[in-house]
Write a protein that binds this ligand. Structure first.
Ligand SMILES: Nc1ncnc2c1ncn2[C@@H]1O[C@H](COP(=O)(O)OP(=O)(O)O)[C@@H](O)[C@H]1O
Ligand SMILES: CC(C)(COP(=O)(O)O)[C@@H](O)C(=O)NCCC(=O)O
Length: 254
């Protein structure tokens, strides 16, 4: 936390110096923190925690939190493009929308809209938007923050001030993925409209075989091919034990 606060005050000092140099009126520029890493590593849990911590430690500052999952294409769009088995890969994101969102936040625009994603329906939330209005700090969590878009679009990392990569063993990641999946089955056992309903009502072994196959063929492949290669670009790497405690921390000093 201290390290993040230090980086934030340094960055704000640079923004102030630049605005004075260019003779501009002082305008707040949100400090954008990224939390990245594999599917199910604990990004959204961690992002929530640092948001709560900032709210306590910096009560004068406004803090917002957004998930980059909201910049995925909807399941309908992915199906139409035959990309469902690439969900989460760079090919499945709306990179222009992500870039426009980050650029608008950095430019200090009011009420910048973004789509919401729900793990519970495994899709974008229909007919509902979130809004970000010039916060002091924006925490963004997502698998793709340090990736380079596949079709030459500008990379979102241009706008991040500090990116934390959460890391864990592949064994633990699969376990956490399955734990979350079991929770979704439980919640949606009696909810026929939900994505997980079908799997909640077949024998557990069959449901687990499906989830393990998705883990291996989609999420683990995504980790190997696209997410893990971005690890070395992070400002901080936090490695977790199987009980979610921190085992190691690496800080980039340049
Ligand atoms: N610090 C933690 N303590 C306990 N459980 C955690 C912690 N972090 C994550 N989890 C659990 O691990 C699973 C994946 O976490 P989540 O935050 O959804 O990951 P991600 O956003 O990276 O996909 C969830 O079931 C979540 O409850
Ligand atoms: C939405 C995601 C790409 C990212 O998830 P997260 O990192 O938020 O857990 C992932 O949960 C996902 O849907 N992967 C595709 C395969 C699957 O259904 O798990």
């Amino acid at each position: 936390m201290k390290n993040l606060q230090y980086n934030m005050s340094q960055k704000n000092a640079i923004y102030r110096t630049k605005q004075t140099f260019y003779n501009e009126k002082w305008q707040k520029i949100p400090f954008i923190i990224g939390v990245t890493g594999s599917v199910a590593v604990g990004k959204s849990t961690f992002a929530k925690k640092i948001t709560r911590l900032f709210e306590r430690l910096e009560p004068d500052k406004t803090i917002a939190q957004v998930s980059a999952d909201g910049f995925l294409m909807s399941n309908a769009e992915l199906k139409a493009k035959n990309l469902m088995d690439q969900k989460g890969f760079p090919s499945s994101f709306n990179w222009d929308a992500f870039y426009t969102f980050l650029a608008s936040v950095k430019a200090g625009k009011e009420r910048v809209p973004y789509r919401l994603y729900s793990q519970e329906i495994s899709d974008l939330v229909p007919n509902e938007l979130g809004y970000v209005s010039v916060p002091d700090i924006l925490v963004v969590e997502g698998i793709n923050l340090l990736e380079v878009p596949p079709d030459g679009q500008a990379p979102p990392s241009d706008f991040f001030d500090y990116v934390i990569y959460l890391d864990a063993s592949e064994e633990d990641l699969e376990k956490w993925y399955l734990d979350r999946y079991h929770l979704m089955l439980e919640i949606n056992r009696n909810n026929p409209d939900n994505f997980f309903y079908k799997w909640a009502n077949v024998p557990l072994e069959q449901a687990d075989n499906f989830a393990k196959r998705v883990w291996r063929d989609v999420n683990l492949k995504n980790l190997h091919d696209y997410i893990e290669p971005t690890k070395k670009r992070a400002d901080m790497i936090i490695k977790k034990y199987g009980n979610h405690e921190i085992s190691d921390m690496y800080i980039r000093k340049f």
